[in-house]
Design a protein around this ligand. Structure first.
Ligand code: F6P
Length: 382
């Protein structure tokens, strides 16, 4: 059962809005910002940008002067095709788990969402558009729940190259990441074949294997390992050995950074610090060594990592981003709060933030994309 969409009475007009981008950057953030600003200006609203997630408000030590600044047409001119975000972003500034140093020198986490609401209302800002992934949208939901009664409305916009947000067909940034990864893997085929090597390509994807699956399939990888399917490396080695017997002396293995073995082992680079999240990585290198040992074939690892977050958004991501930005402004005009704009082909619709926050959309194991991979003989390590 879906809950009804939150909607305020239309008698609360908007005069000023603020925009925040949080979490890892993704191609298309600037296109959302531009669409929000241009759509808001058309309605006679004023726009403000908050720097680096919410650090522009919560960290005056970092932003002593312009943590929140006015954005007009000039600030968004020529940014539609640019990667990154003109507002800056962070994945260390969660206001619900803000790290403070206690008098005894120890550190602890405190919830500072109330400070954000007070700050914005003191500036007579009526609405906030939060552009981000799961973490940011969870914060947006909390800000809506506390801020609504104080006159602050909140709309979420779904962003992440990982495409792991629920209730939207896709997030902007994903298509660009897949297109770039596909191009990279295409290029690895010739060098792998020339050297008769195994190339293991590690791509981002903490908890979901969307990038690995889509880029791996588009670039005709021979094995694809994703978090949703715990893998047995022996199965991957058998696939490579079968290829060798058939006269195919090279193999491409695409692995998501968050893929895990059948025994549950994951590859962590760093445990979660206070106020932060764990860092994954290193699986590509490890698997290359082990596959070399099992198969006797030379293996190399390539980590695409943060390259997937850079560059110019594809036209699909630009358009999704622009549609999301304009829809967020329309949602505010229509009186909504506590919702996320989402892609429900062919249109953009609204879904409640409480249906999105804290939920993850993994690759469906019964989906036809995965089935297509199995039908054409790709090894998923199971
Ligand atoms: O945006 C999500 C993501 O791309 C994950 O796949 C990855 O684990 C994470 O970002 C890495 O972020 P950072 O290195 O910036 O902490």
């Amino acid at each position: 059962m879906t809950s009804p969409l939150y909607q305020s009475t239309p008698s609360q007009p908007i005069h000023r809005i603020a925009i925040s981008t949080g979490g890892g950057d993704a191609p298309g953030l600037n296109a959302v910002i531009r669409a929000v600003v241009l759509s808001a200006l058309q309605r006679g609203w004023e726009c403000f940008g908050i720097r680096e997630g919410f650090n522009g408000i919560l960290r005056p030590d970092r932003f002593p002067v312009d943590g929140i600044f006015s954005i007009g047409k000039d600030q968004v001119r020529g940014i539609n095709h640019l990667g990154g975000t003109i507002l800056g972003t962070t994945n260390h500034g969660n206001p619900m788990r803000f790290v403070v140093t206690n008098p005894d020198g120890s550190q602890s986490e405190v919830d500072r969402t109330g400070d954000i609401i007070r700050h914005l209302r003191a500036m007579q800002i009526d609405a906030l558009i939060c552009i981000g992934g799961d973490g940011t949208l969870t914060i947006a939901h909390a800000l809506h729940q506390q801020g609504y009664a104080q006159g602050l409305r909140v709309i979420g916009v779904p962003k992440t190259i990982d495409n792991d947000l629920d209730k939207t067909y896709t997030t902007f940034g994903f298509d660009t990441a897949v297109a770039f990864a596909t191009d990279c893997i295409d290029r690895l085929h010739s060098t792998a074949e020339s050297h008769r090597r195994i190339m293991v390509v590690e791509v981002m994807g903490r908890y979901a294997g969307w990038i690995a699956l889509h880029a791996g399939m588009a670039s005709t990888a021979h094995a694809i390992l994703i978090p949703e399917i715990p893998f047995d490396l022996e199965k991957v080695a058998q696939k490579i050995q079968a290829r060798t017997r058939a006269g195919r002396h090279y193999s491409i293995v695409v692995v998501a950074e968050g893929a895990q073995e059948k025994d549950g082992q994951r590859y962590l680079e760093e445990q979660a610090q206070l106020g932060g999240v764990e860092r994954l990585g290193g699986i590509g290198e490890q698997l290359a060594h082990r596959l070399e040992a099992i198969t006797g074939k030379e293996a190399r690892a390539v980590v695409l990592g943060h390259l997937l977050r850079g560059g110019s958004p594809t036209s699909f991501d630009r358009l999704s981003a622009m549609r999301f930005g304009a829809a967020a402004v329309r949602a505010l005009e229509e009186g909504y709060s506590g919702i996320m704009v989402a892609l429900a082909f062919p249109n953009v619709n609204y879904v409640n933030l409480d249906e999105v926050a804290g939920r993850m959309k993994g690759v469906p194991l019964d989906g036809d994309t995965l089935q297509t991979g199995r039908d054409i003989g790709i090894c998923f390590g199971d």
